[in-house]
Design a protein around this ligand. Structure first.
Ligand code: ARG
Length: 459
């Protein structure tokens, strides 16, 4: 038998394979609440404009609430034959209220309907991402506040570079996640326009009020071009690319946690709650959550690329290709939320090992730059010459198998006779970080200023 929604011109129903490739109900049922919200706004508008009678609108309103509660309580029977969430809901509405249900689709198409539902869904995800990022930033701020003065090695090329503070390192991620947050908020602002009322592609001859439905659904305004409204999925792509950049940040931090929690580093201890064991090696405590967060960028960026490929080359307006937008976005959103929550949990629970950090900070000639700077200041040497002298001191220490502070004054004066006792002060890691007072620098005072600034911003 042919389809009850569009079967007028069809003599036969679809092949089973046709039904299988065509149906989206398996995944788009996640937009049920959005679909019903959109239909309620549309029905109310049809009533207000006199397009549908008040009694029919009231029947539709009540019926939609019944259908919603059936879905929410798990009683709803989703049907693949009915393709998607839109037709599943409308079909059930017909069963519940009868004839008036047939008026709901006046001045509407599934094309503007799906664009509306999906925008509402993505908007909710942007809000959830916003909240997840704020929670993670707060957890990082707590770490930064506690360890604002704790010294650790800063790396370039993963080789010891200069001492930095634990707080400074945590605050670097606060800045990154803050930019992710501002991207989320930008995206939300840009996408918050209503496609509803664009109908199939050309608008409608009914005297609809698109401003009314836009406002009812929390949109800032109706979209200005009906072709654009049903054709583009840039809002979904913007969510995916924002999610990708955020996942990239999460992945870098996760990688650091994997390295830092190893026996060789011992910079942090991850909590039991966010670690797993090995079924053969009894000593193991693995940073699985961090590893999985590190991996999530793969599928999230994959979703971004996949949807970009789906959309490229599609002529205006709607093509069924666009049904492939949802699974990518759902999967990326689910995994981004998991990654954010897992990272927040790990950061809240983890403890930095202050002694290991400090020991590591003092090794690897980490204060060589301080020494060179000191030679410039005390002996008024050009920086290049000071760099050379310091290099010779590093080579000497390496030969003796010790670190810079372990050299004797005589050793040092053998390289440059102008060096005095005062040198040992600049070789200390605490003095090193305390001296980095330039704006944005690692000095504990500067870090505390930034912590206070962000605490105020985040409330
Ligand atoms: N399930 C479809 C989708 O997700 C809804 C829109 C169908 N529109 C159409 N003209 N067939 O894109």
């Amino acid at each position: 038998t042919s389809n009850q929604m569009w079967g007028g011109r069809f003599a036969a129903g679809p092949d089973a394979i046709m039904e299988a490739i065509n149906a989206s109900i398996g995944f788009d049922q996640r937009m049920a609440a959005q679909d019903i919200a959109g239909s309620r706004a549309h029905a109310a508008m049809l009533g207000a404009t006199g397009i549908v009678s008040p009694s029919d609108v009231e029947a539709i309103r009540k019926g939609l609430l019944t259908v919603l509660s059936e879905i929410e309580t798990g009683q709803f029977q989703f049907s693949t034959a009915l393709e998607d969430i839109h037709m599943n809901v409308e079909s059930r509405l017909t069963e519940v209220i009868g004839a008036p249900a047939g008026r709901l689709h006046t001045a509407r198409s599934r094309n503007d309907q799906v664009a509306t539902d999906f925008r509402l869904w993505v908007r909710d995800q942007l809000d959830a991402t916003d909240a997840g990022l704020v929670a993670l930033m707060k957890a990082l701020l707590t770490q930064a506040e506690v360890g604002a003065g704790w010294v650790m090695p800063g790396f370039t090329h993963l080789q010891t570079a200069q001492p930095v503070t634990w707080g400074h390192h945590m605050m670097a991620y606060v800045e990154m996640f803050a930019r992710d947050l501002s991207r989320v908020r930008d995206a939300r602002k840009r996408m918050n326009e209503s496609p509803l009322g664009a109908a199939a592609l050309a608008g409608t001859s009914f005297p609809i009020d698109r401003h009314m439905t836009a406002e009812a659904l929390g949109f800032d305004r109706p979209m200005a071009n009906s072709l654009d409204a049903v054709s583009d999925r840039d809002f979904a792509l913007e969510f995916l690319s924002t999610a990708s950049i955020c996942a990239m940040h999460l992945s870098r931090f996760a990688e650091e946690l994997v390295i830092w929690s190893s026996a060789q580093f011992r910079f942090v201890t991850l909590s039991d709650r966010f670690s797993t064991g090995s079924s053969i090696m009894p000593q193991k405590k693995n940073p699985d959550a961090a590893e999985l967060i590190r991996a999530k960028i793969g599928r999230i960026f994959g979703a971004n690329v996949a949807l970009m490929m789906v959309m490229k080359g599609l002529p205006l307006a709607y093509s069924k290709d666009m049904q492939e937008d949802k699974e990518q976005v759902f999967d990326a959103a689910d995994n981004l939320m998991l990654a954010l929550a897992a990272m927040e949990g790990m950061v809240k629970d983890m403890s930095a090992n202050r002694e290991s950090l400090e020991r590591a900070a003092a090794s690897g000639f980490s204060t060589a730059t301080d020494l060179a700077d000191w030679l410039v200041r005390i002996l008024d040497l050009p920086f290049r010459q000071a760099h050379h002298i310091t290099g010779a001191l590093v080579a000497l220490a390496e030969k003796k198998g010790c670190d810079l502070p372990d050299l004797t004054l005589a050793d040092m004066q053998g390289v440059h006779e102008g060096i005095t006792d005062a040198v040992f002060e600049v070789l200390g890691v605490h003095n090193s970080v305390a001296s980095r007072l330039s704006y944005g620098g690692t000095a504990p005072t500067r870090v505390r200023e930034q912590v206070a600034r962000w605490q105020e911003l985040l409330g």
